[in-house]
Design a binder for this molecule. Structure first.
Ligand code: SAM
Ligand code: SF4
Length: 314
């Protein structure tokens, strides 16, 4: 289905929980208190129904996200349900990777096609201070387990924070040197917690490009620009929502864990899908697609949304 600006909307980011086992400084408040009560969260049946209605409207790629999707009870049945709609749906997951070593094989068997793993540094102390409690060893084990379970083309997503991990760019890039992973550097976005952060914390894509020197662009993967430095098996990607906005290529809609469809990550416009079924549900999703704004205005102001990232899913 196309929106009113002619963009073909094929990608749904489905957030299955606002809860998380980590507390990243740019995503969640320190006390980690989640606003949503258990009863507010969509059930596995409701999530499946939204996925099926979206499929009927032309969605062909679904990403499960959160909070941390691997803390959500019923995540494996949900994956199986989505694949049962049509095995050709691309089913992906964004995870912090810390629980992956225990369930990579099961995720593969439940039909997950690809994984994005968030990892902002390779230094154990920096990792602990960014996540407030995480152990980097668990993520590295998770990445290994994903490979052993047969996941290919795994993406490592790194959010750069000035003065915290911007000296780690070279080391993180090297994860793509000897294996078929795509390391993608993502600009930190000013929203909710980060809305009042100092400018110096927002590292632009240009800083990563300097590390790539004269490496040629080898293509695009969704909103990421991809480079392959000489001698690298994998690629290095740059996602720059601020310095080089990609709204004209945006093909996604998002659904929050409490069932609100967000046509744009940075707008507070939401359409309540809860309690809708059949044609009424499809009509509401279709309205959300039609209502997608042309672009965000992050460069002039911070996000107008009031939710933190763990309540939306990135
Ligand atoms: N817990 C999972 C994870 O960390 O991969 C999935 C949910 S998390 C909200 C999804 C992505 O959003 C992560 O890669 C995280 O780094 C990113 N993220 C969170 N807050 C952000 C911000 N203010 N700017 C840019 N990316 C952000
Ligand atoms: Fe949790 Fe992901 Fe947010 Fe970190 S970025 S607190 S891992 S939801």
């Amino acid at each position: 289905m196309k929106d009113r600006f002619g963009r073909k909307i094929e990608y749904l980011r489905l957030s299955v929980t606002d809860r998380c086992n980590l507390r990243c400084i740019y995503c969640m408040a320190e006390d980690g208190v989640c606003k949503l009560r258990h009863g507010d969260i969509l059930s596995i049946e409701e999530l499946t129904e939204i996925a099926a209605a979206s499929y009927d409207l032309g969605i062909r790629k679904i990403r499960l996200t959160g909070g941390e999707p691997l803390v959500r009870k019923g995540i494996l049945p949900l994956c199986r349900n989505i694949k049962a709609i049509d095995p050709a749906i691309e089913l992906d997951m964004t995870t912090n990777g810390s629980l992956l070593s225990e369930c990579a094989q099961e995720l593969k068997e439940a039909g997950v096609d690809r994984l994005n793993i968030s990892l902002d540094t390779l230094d154990p102390d920096t990792y602990r201070s960014i996540t407030r409690c995480g152990e980097i060893g668990r993520v590295l084990e998770g990445i290994k387990a994903a490979g052993s379970a047969g996941f290919a083309h795994t993406k490592i997503n790194t959010v750069l924070i000035g003065g915290v991990n911007d000296n780690d760019i070279f080391d993180i890039m090297r994860l793509a040197k000897d294996s078929d992973v795509s390391v993608r550097f993502i600009e930190l976005m000013p929203m909710h917690i980060t809305a009042c952060w100092d400018k110096s914390r927002f590292v632009t894509a240009e800083v990563v490009e300097r590390h790539l020197r004269s490496t040629d662009l080898v293509g695009f993967d969704g909103v990421a620009r991809l480079y392959r430095p000489q001698g690298f098996v994998g690629t290095v990607g740059i996602i720059s929502p601020l310095s080089q906005s990609f709204c004209d290529r945006c093909n996604k809609i998002r659904v929050t864990p409490d069932g609100k469809l967000k046509p744009c990550l940075h707008s507070d416009e939401e359409i309540d899908l809860r309690g809708l079924h059949g044609e009424a549900l499809k009509e509401a999703i279709s309205q959300g697609i039609q209502n997608k704004p042309m672009c965000h205005h992050l460069n002039e102001a911070t996000s107008t949304g009031t939710r933190s990232m763990n309540e939306i899913g990135g």
